[in-house]
Design a protein around this ligand. Structure first.
Ligand code: SF4
Length: 278
C-alpha cells in the first residue's frame, strides 16, 4: 500500500501541500483519479501534458499538480485550453472545472468546445453547489436542495452536463463518482485515449457547503449516498422508468464515438490553402 501511494507523489508539487480543501472534500479523490489515469497512459508525461483549470474549489487542483499548469479566469478554462491545443497540437491538454465554472459562466464555452470536438479531456467536479463563494445554488443543484440562495430548496431543474455534452457534439462522455474511484480513473483514462473532446463528470462530495445545508451527514455518509444511488449504465438501461425516479442516477460511458477533431480539420484547411503545418 505504501509503495502504491508513493508512486503518485511525482505528480504533485509537494511544496504546495497540504491543500486548501476542507477535510472530507471529494476534490482530492477526483484529483487522484486523474493522476491514476495519467499514469496508465503510455504517452502522457509531465513534459507533454498541460493541466488547465478555471475558478472554484475544484480548479485549485491545477496548482497542486506537477505539470505545466494554468489556473485561469472563471468559466474560461476551455478557451485557454483550446488556444494551447491549437498552438501545440502535440501536447495533451486536460481541463479541470466545476459545475458553476463549466456550465454557468462557462456554459457557452462548454457547448462550443463540444461542438468543435477539440481534442481536450475535460473533467467536471460536480459538487452541486458553489462551495468556494459560500454555498450558492449552481446549475446542478438538484430540485428541492438547499443553498444559501435557495433556503427553501431549489425550484429550478438541474442541468445534466453529460446529456448536454452528448447533444453538443463531444465524442466521449462518461460519469462516475468519488466513491467509485477506480471506475472514475478508468472513465478518465478512456477519455484521455479519445482523439476529440472528452467529457467526464465526477460527482464529488462537498460536506461543508452542500452537505451541511442538506443534512447529508459526514463525508463518509455522502460517499455512501453515491454508493447507494449510482447505477452502472448497463443495469440502468434495463430498469423500468419508475425505478429511475428519485435520487438514482446512471454512471459509466454514455458515448464513445469517432469524429475528426478540430485541430486536425483546421490543419487540413491550412494544407489545402498551400500553407505549411508545423
Ligand atoms: Fe470542498 Fe466544499 Fe470545502 Fe470547497 S467548500 S473545499 S468543495 S468541501
Amino acid at each position: 500500500m505504501e509503495m502504491a501511494e508513493r508512486s503518485y507523489e511525482k505528480f504533485f508539487r509537494q511544496h504546495r501541500l497540504p491543500h486548501m480543501w476542507c477535510p472530507g472534500c471529494g476534490n482530492g479523490i477526483a484529483m487522484k483519479a486523474i493522476v491514476m489515469a495519467i499514469e496508465k497512459h503510455p504517452e502522457l508525461t509531465a513534459d507533454n501534458t498541460v493541466i488547465v483549470s478555471g475558478i472554484g474549489c475544484s480548479s485549485r487542483a491545477s496548482g497542486y499538480m506537477d505539470f505545466d499548469t494554468l489556473h485561469t479566469a472563471h468559466g474560461r478554462a476551455l478557451p485557454f485550453a483550446t488556444g494551447i491545443k491549437m498552438a501545440r497540437p502535440d501536447l495533451h491538454v486536460i481541463v479541470i472545472t466545476g459545475d458553476g465554472d463549466c456550465t454557468a459562466i462557462g456554459g457557452n464555452h462548454f457547448i462550443h468546445s463540444c461542438r468543435r470536438n477539440i481534442d481536450l479531456t475535460a473533467i467536471l467536479f460536480n459538487n452541486s453547489i458553489y462551495g468556494m463563494t459560500g454555498g450558492q445554488t449552481s446549475p446542478m443543484t438538484p430540485m428541492g436542495k438547499k443553498a444559501t440562495t435557495t433556503p427553501y430548496g431549489s425550484v429550478a431543474r438541474p442541468l445534466d452536463p453529460s446529456a448536454l455534452a452528448k447533444a453538443a457534439g463531444a465524442t466521449y462522455v462518461a460519469r462516475s463518482t468519488a466513491y467509485h474511484v477506480h471506475h472514475l480513473a478508468k472513465m478518465i483514462e478512456q477519455g484521455l485515449n479519445n482523439k476529440g473532446f472528452s467529457f467526464i463528470e465526477a460527482i464529488v462530495q462537498c460536506p461543508t457547503a452542500y452537505g451541511r445545508k442538506n443534512k447529508m451527514g459526514t463525508p463518509a455518509d455522502m460517499l455512501a449516498w453515491m454508493r447507494d444511488n449510482a447505477v452502472m449504465k448497463e443495469a440502468w438501461d434495463k430498469l423500468p422508468e419508475e425505478k429511475k425516479q428519485g435520487e438514482k442516477f446512471p454512471i459509466g460511458v454514455f458515448l464513445d464515438s469517432r469524429y475528426v477533431d478540430y485541430a486536425t480539420a483546421y490543419n487540413d484547411v491550412i494544407r489545402a490553402a498551400g500553407g505549411e503545418v508545423k
